[in-house]
Ligand binder design. Structure first.
Ligand code: C2G
Length: 138
């Protein structure tokens, strides 16, 4: 059984996230998602999430490609996670190209998948904010 892991915030879940998770699962039999906690997002990633960790976790657990969701609490845990969860392959979007190659030293295959270009959580927030502004101008 090939075990795959990926990491992320997955706020305002959208089809770019789903495309990543679908392709990640195609690389193995069991997909673990290490989901950034609210504290990690705020303190280390400067991200203020719309949905809480529990809400984001619930959404991810409903996705057919996802087998297990665990918390991502810091940048350092990857090196131990891959042993604790017996990971064969680490996958993430190519906006992180090269950043996690060190995991190869732990005997893990490292794969960077292309991002879905035209969508992002920030884009969604801006588009909705823009719509609201237009509505208010009417
Ligand atoms: N993603 C994608 N296409 C998009 C948006 C996101 O393929 N249009 C991918 C990202 O490349 C990432 C995953 O979806 O692999 C989750 O994206 P984010 O929630 O933005 O994750 P990020 O903040 O990059 O967190 O330790 C690693 C970090 O936790 C990664």
């Amino acid at each position: 059984m090939r075990r795959v892991i990926t990491y992320g915030t997955f706020d305002l879940l959208h089809y770019g996230h789903i495309a990543l998770l679908r392709r990640a699962k195609e690389l193995g039999d069991y997909l673990i998602v290490a989901l950034s906690t609210d504290e990690f997002n705020w303190n280390k990633k400067q991200k203020k999430c719309y949905f809480t960790y529990e809400q984001r976790k619930q959404l991810l657990e409903a996705i057919r490609y996802v087998d297990l969701v665990i918390p991502e609490e810091n940048w350092e845990q990857k090196r131990t996670d891959v042993h604790e969860y017996h990971i064969d392959t680490f996958v993430i979007g190519d906006d992180w190209e090269g950043k996690f190659d060190f995991l190869k030293e732990e005997g893990v295959e490292v794969v960077y998948l292309s991002r879905t270009p035209e969508i992002s959580t920030t884009q969604i927030k801006n588009d909705i904010a823009g719509t609201d502004a237009k509505e208010q101008d009417k």
